[in-house]
Design a protein around this ligand. Sequence first.
Ligand code: FAD
Length: 470
Amino acid sequence: SSGSDENDVVVVGGGPGGYVAAIKAAQLGLKTTCIEKRGALGGTCLNVGCIPSKALLHSSHMYHEALHSFANHGVKFPSVEVDLPAMMGQKDKAVANLTRGIEGLFKKNKVNYVKGYGKFISPSEVSVDGPEGGNTVVKGKSIIIATGSDVKSLPGITIDEKRIVSSTGALALTEIPKKLVVIGAGYIGLEMGSVWCRLGSEVTVVEFAPEIVPTMDGEVRKQFQRALEKQKMKFMLKTKVVSVDTSGDVVKLTLEPAAGGEQSTLEADVVLVSAGRIPFTAGLGLDKIGVETDKVGRITVNERFATNVPGVFAIGDVIPGPMLAHKAEEDGVACVEFIAGREGHVDYDMIPGVVYTHPEVASVGKTEEQVKTLGVDYRVGKFPFMASSRAKAIDDAEGIVKIVAEKETDKILGVHIMAPNAGELIHEAVLALQYGASSEDIARTCHAHPTMSEALKEAAMATYDKPIHI
Ligand code: FAD
């Protein structure tokens, strides 16, 4: 099938926003083409984001456990070592299998896949420069922009992906750096920092803001930082990187307090720049068709994901909202439902966020600070994993569940979990928020014993009444 036939829907970008939109569109009976320049489907998330980082987080966690925890459980080895090429190989294999899996899903759902760089020549035509030269024009009644995001660079710091790396380079280092400096204490910096810290690097995280992961509930954030410090990660908060000198054998960073003051230096073998991500629309020709963007380059859309240009839509990291894969997927499905004449809905207040360190931190809804700012009377219920029988049984009890509920109605406003498996535990809370549940609703729901999930039930009991186990 050729991309030049008229499509109902053309999707530019094959990341979690774009490929999910394309599959959903085809499932709704729309003739669909997806254009991707990378040579592989899955976008940032699958190729250089969520998936490879989780692979390395798991592998490095196993090594760390073997070194520091197995003996406590009576499991002994004469010695434990890291085979970095094998570790990277397992990550690459997972990525390769999954990208091929999406190609299979495209075939199954009859989505036409065009490889190459797409650019608008009109609101209903995208010209695609193929990877081996050649050009096709793909026409569509509706076009969805799902071009995602890219690493945000810092002024004066050139990323070479060897010694000065973005997350992409940090996922493919060929040696374990002795000293790793991470610029930016967002979730990506902390996850990648954790990987290399566990594998033996001395990791220092430099952050301009007074705290790590700014979106996190303050109380949970404090415990989280302490947990990472126990794993020997160092933090320099309220600190600015003034310059990075790569002329010598080691990289020299010049630092300065965020508020100004005396400079200091820091040495590193590798520097990871993880100061955020920016929407990616380079070479797409948005100005040619007049698609509006905001101050930071995000495409402006209405609640139906429509841009200001009729027939052109946008989803995922390239529009406002949390820059997360599952948010991009939700956008993609809802956008296509609108195009197909149905109703779709994404509530950005109910998108869970997870930091996949150990312990993990997961949250949904509002932090205590946000609830305070809203002036709502509220109650807080907490339960520490130190009091969870399952957490004690497995000797992995660092963490807490914290629930914030409206005082008058007991309606849950936010749930924050730090625990080994917080990213899985959070979904009970997401469902509760989605259905407008009260803390009593969770507390009166039977939870299997012994599970980590019981901590959520106990925290719910602590919100409107009293917990049993503490
Ligand atoms: P992208 O995934 O960026 O996909 C856009 C695609 O469009 C790309 O493949 C690009 O090549 C293609 N493209 C761009 N322009 C064109 C063009 N003109 N023509 C053709 N193709 C084009 N999120 C989570 O939810 N959980 C995580 O654990 C997580 N971990 C992450 C870890 C790292 C290290 C990073 C960097 C990100 C992580 N993210 C995570 C964020 C997640 O990757 C993004 O939110 C998600 O990929 C956004 O999806 P998207 O479809 O909008 O864009």
